[in-house]
Write a protein that binds this ligand. Structure first.
Ligand SMILES: NC(=O)c1ccc[n+]([C@@H]2O[C@H](COP(=O)([O-])OP(=O)(O)OC[C@H]3O[C@@H](n4cnc5c(N)ncnc54)[C@H](OP(=O)(O)O)[C@@H]3O)[C@@H](O)[C@H]2O)c1
Length: 379
C-alpha cells in the first residue's frame, strides 16, 4: 500500500504533505515532481522541515520516496517500469501540482492544469484501487459575482475572471467525468485564496499575496530609479505625515475568501480520511466561513507601507504611470474586487465539523500576512 503525491514542493502542497505524515502510519508516500530525485528530495525536505507544525512522528520523512516526473508529459514522464511499480498497491493519489499564474499566457496554464490533470487521471487508470484527492479552487465559480455557491455547482455560464480559473474549472470537469465513467472515487477540494501569517524564508514557496507586494514594490522601485531616492522618501514620509497616493480601480465593497493555509491543509487531510469510504465524487469548499472585504486589504496595505495610501475608486481619471502599471499587471487580481458571493461548506463540515474553525481573517490578519511576505523594500 502506498500513496502518490504531486506538488509536494508547493506552498499548499508541502503543508498538506506534512499533515499527512503527522497523521502517522507507515504507508510509503511517493513524491512525484520535476528535476532529479536528489534535488526533489532536497526541496521537499527543506519545505517540510522548515514548517514546525504539526509535530512529525520520528522517522516520518523515511516514508517518502522520490520519483522524477512531470505532469505535463504523457504518462507523467515515467518509464513503463516506474509506472507499474508506482501504481502497484496504490491506495490514494493527492494531485496538488498546478500552475498558479493569474496573468498572462493561457497556454502554459492549459498544459499544466488541464493536460496535467488528464495525465494524472490516465496514470490513475493503472491504479484501480486508488482514490483521487484533486486540488481545485473555490474560484472555479469564475465571474459569478453574487449568491451562495454550492459545493456541487460547476458551471461556465458566468465566464471566468482569469485563464487560471478556467483551467481549474476544465480540470474539475475532467475529474468528474473520469470518476463517473470508470466508477472511481474522487474527492475534489476547493480552497479559497490561501495565506499565512508566518514568515516564509526566501528559498521556500511563497504565498499568493506576495504577488501583490511584488506589484507595489515593482512600481515603487521604478520611481526610485528616477533618482529621487524614493526609498528614503518613503521612510521619511510617514514621519512627515505625507503619503504617496495610489488610486486603484476596484470596488471598495468587494469581498474575497482568504483562508489560512495551515487550517486548509489540516481540514483537507482530515476530510480525506473521513470521506474514504464514500463512493463517487464529493466536492468540499475548504473556504473561510466569512469573506474578507477589499477595504480590509487596503487597511492591511496601509499598515505595511505607511508612506503610501491606496484608494479603491470606480474610475481612475488621468492615471499616473504607476497607477497604469498596477491596472495592467494587476488586472486579474483586481477583478476579484467585484465579488460578493459566499461559499456553502456543508460537505466540509460534515467531514470535519469537529475541527476548530480557522482564525478570523481581517485587516489585522492580512497585515501580518503581508508582513510575512518576503519582497521587503530595502531599509
Ligand atoms: N495557493 C493558493 O492560494 C491556492 C488556492 C486555491 C487552490 N489552490 C490549488 O492548490 C494546489 C497547490 O497549490 P500551491 O499553493 O501548493 O501551488 P504552488 O506553490 O505554486 O506549487 C505548485 C506545485 O506544483 C508543482 N508543479 C508545477 N508544474 C509541475 C509539473 N509540470 N510537473 C510536476 N509538478 C509541477 C510545483 O513543482 P516545482 O517545485 O517543480 O515548481 C509545485 O510543487 C494547486 O492545485 C492550486 O491550484 C491553491
Amino acid at each position: 500500500m502506498s500513496v502518490l503525491f504531486t506538488g509536494a514542493t508547493g506552498f499548499l502542497g508541502c503543508r498538506i504533505l506534512r499533515e499527512l505524515l503527522a497523521g502517522g502510519g507507515d504507508e510509503p508516500v511517493v513524491v512525484l515532481g520535476r528535476g532529479g530525485e536528489q534535488s526533489l528530495r532536497t526541496r521537499t525536505e527543506a519545505a517540510l522541515t522548515w514548517l514546525d507544525t504539526p509535530c512529525l512522528p520520528p522517522g516520518a520523512l523515511d516514508r517518502l520516496r522520490y520519483l522524477s516526473g512531470d505532469i505535463t508529459v504523457p504518462e507523467l514522464g515515467l518509464s513503463a517500469q516506474d509506472r507499474a511499480r508506482t501504481a502497484d498497491g496504490l491506495t490514494g493519489i493527492w494531485h496538488c501540482a498546478a500552475l498558479l499564474n493569474l496573468e498572462g499566457d493561457p497556454v502554459p496554464l492549459y498544459r499544466s492544469n488541464v493536460l496535467g490533470t488528464r495525465h494524472v487521471l490516465d496514470f490513475a487508470g493503472h491504479a484501480p484501487h486508488a482514490r483521487l484527492l484533486h486540488l481545485s479552487t473555490a474560484y472555479v465559480a469564475g465571474r459569478r459575482l453574487t449568491g451562495h455557491v454550492l459545493e456541487d455547482d460547476l458551471s461556465e455560464e458566468h465566464g471566468f475572471q482569469t485563464s487560471y480559473e478556467e483551467s481549474k474549472y476544465t480540470a474539475e470537469r475532467l475529474v468528474r467525468a473520469w470518476a463517473r465513467r470508470g466508477g472511481r472515487r474522487a474527492t475534489i477540494l476547493r480552497p479559497g485564496l490561501l495565506a499565512t501569517d508566518r514568515p516564509v524564508p526566501g528559498h521556500l514557496p511563497g504565498q499568493p499575496l506576495d504577488a501583490l507586494l511584488r506589484l507595489i514594490e515593482h512600481g515603487l522601485r521604478a520611481r526610485a530609479a528616477l533618482g529621487r531616492g524614493l526609498t528614503r522618501y518613503l521612510r521619511n514620509a510617514g514621519r512627515r505625515g505625507d503619503t504617496l497616493r495610489i488610486r486603484i480601480q476596484a470596488d471598495p465593497d468587494g469581498e474575497g475568501n482568504v483562508v489560512p493555509a495551515e487550517y486548509a491543509a489540516r481540514a483537507m487531510v482530515r476530510a480525506a480520511a473521513r470521506t474514504e469510504e464514500e463512493a463517487a465524487v464529493r466536492t468540499l469548499h475548504v473556504t473561510h466561513p466569512r469573506n474578507v472585504s477589499a477595504e480590509h486589504l487596503v487597511a492591511a496595505l496601509r499598515a505595511r507601507y505607511p508612506a503610501i495610501s491606496v484608494h479603491l475608486v470606480p474610475h481612475v481619471p488621468d492615471p499616473t504611470p504607476f497607477e497604469n502599471l498596477i491596472a495592467q499587471q494587476g488586472a486579474g487580481v483586481l477583478g476579484f474586487s467585484a465579488q460578493r458571493r459566499t461559499y456553502d461548506r456543508t460537505n466540509l463540515l460534515r467531514a470535519v465539523g469537529d475541527l476548530p474553525g480557522p482564525e478570523p481573517v481581517d485587516h489585522v490578519y492580512l497585515a501580518r500576512a503581508l508582513d510575512a511576505g518576503r519582497t521587503l523594500l530595502p531599509a
